[in-house]
Write a protein that binds this ligand. Structure first.
Ligand SMILES: [Zn+2]
Length: 343
């Protein structure tokens, strides 16, 4: 292998693919057979250079046989996908008992491959999770579900944690009643954030949001995480952008409750109530959503194309789990989170 000096400029991926979970058809092949197939496919696709990326930097691969089975399988998989050009794929490659994390950028005339460790299932305990309220509705929290929550929360900043303080996260077998038609309509909706008029809010985490990662992982290949963590972070993004509204609505509710109490309707309380209601009526959207809409009309993933709010949630989840991936697919959004973003 040849060390590349200076390092190749960071390849820009046009999209970040998150949907793939198709199993590998070729794990029975030997390395030699795989190398042969990859070589043929690369030539056909106009790939002239295969680069192996790791913490030490980039090296150009002279002979495909130098690559291990996980890297070869991932390259094989990507070239078989429809229209892979310009895309970044985070793939879980079964090798023996393990599922190895491999990221591939397929960007003719080069393909970059980064091989990480095997994905380890998340695990945590209730005691390790603070600031949110863990509830159960028909099914119980297990160490893996708790681990996904703990990992997702650990990526948030202090201000973001403050915005979601007291949020109820509910484990449930299926989606909440009111959201069933929504789930059906979107087809891809996995977990649900519910914001009620009163300011009450909750995040429902059904079984299928916690499904095990099959063909794909999240985060950098060097530290792979389960896809469920990205699903949860997407919903936490909604809780964060509604955070200021939630706090305001809760205060309005508390004041209104106090008005019914003897001596609760003080001049200050009434003035504060008017101030809050006026503030609220003046805003069409939560301030964070308004700031995002003003600045962006695109999304880092296909799901984000649904609406600006979904685009924000997708960018938020990516920024927290894999900032380098967001920088590649939507550099201006990455820069915004680094500087102008005020949760
Ligand atoms: Zn969403």
């Amino acid at each position: 292998m040849r060390r590349l000096l200076p390092l190749l400029p960071l390849l820009c991926a046009a999209t970040y693919d998150t949907g793939d979970s198709t199993p590998y058809p070729h794990t029975a092949f030997s390395e030699k057979e795989l190398a042969k197939s990859v070589s043929k496919a690369a030539k056909f696709a106009g790939i002239k250079q295969i680069i192996l990326r790791n913490e030490q930097g980039d090296t150009e691969v002279d002979k495909l046989q130098e690559l291990d089975k996980a890297a070869l399988s991932a390259l094989m998989r990507v070239q078989g996908l429809e229209d892979p050009e310009g895309k970044e794929y985070d793939l879980l490659v079964p090798v023996g008992q393990d599922r190895i994390a491999v990221t591939v950028w397929w960007a003719p005339p080069a393909a970059v491959v980064e091989v990480g460790p095997a994905l380890q299932p998340a695990s945590s305990t209730r005691e390790d999770i603070t600031g949110v309220v863990l509830e159960e509705n028909g099914t119980s929290w297990d160490p893996r579900a708790l681990g996904i929550v703990a990992d997702a929360l650990a990526t948030l900043t202090d201000v973001e944690r403050e915005r979601i303080e007291g949020l109820r996260i509910i484990r449930s077998p299926g989606p909440p009643k009111g959201a069933r038609s929504l789930v059906k309509a979107s087809g891809r909706l996995k977990a649900v954030y519910i914001q009620e008029e009163s300011g009450e809010s909750s995040l429902v985490l059904p079984n299928y949001a916690l499904e095990e990662s099959k063909g794909t992982f999240c985060g950098p290949a060097s530290a792979p995480k389960e896809v469920a963590e990205r699903v949860l972070l997407h919903e936490l993004a909604h809780a964060v952008h509604q955070g200021k509204w939630r706090a305001r609505l809760a205060e309005i509710q508390a004041l209104e409750a106090a008005f019914n109490e003897p001596e609760g309707k003080t001049t200050e309380a009434v003035a504060r109530h008017i101030e809050l209601v006026e503030e609220h009526e003046a805003e069409e959207q939560a301030p964070l959503v308004a700031a995002w809409v003003k600045r962006f009309d695109s999304a880092p993933t296909a799901y984000g194309d649904l609406s600006p709010i979904e685009a924000f949630a997708e960018a938020f989840a990516l920024y927290h789990m894999d900032p380098a991936a967001l920088r590649r697919v939507m550099p201006d959004a990455h820069a915004w989170f680094e500087s102008d973003y005020k949760p």
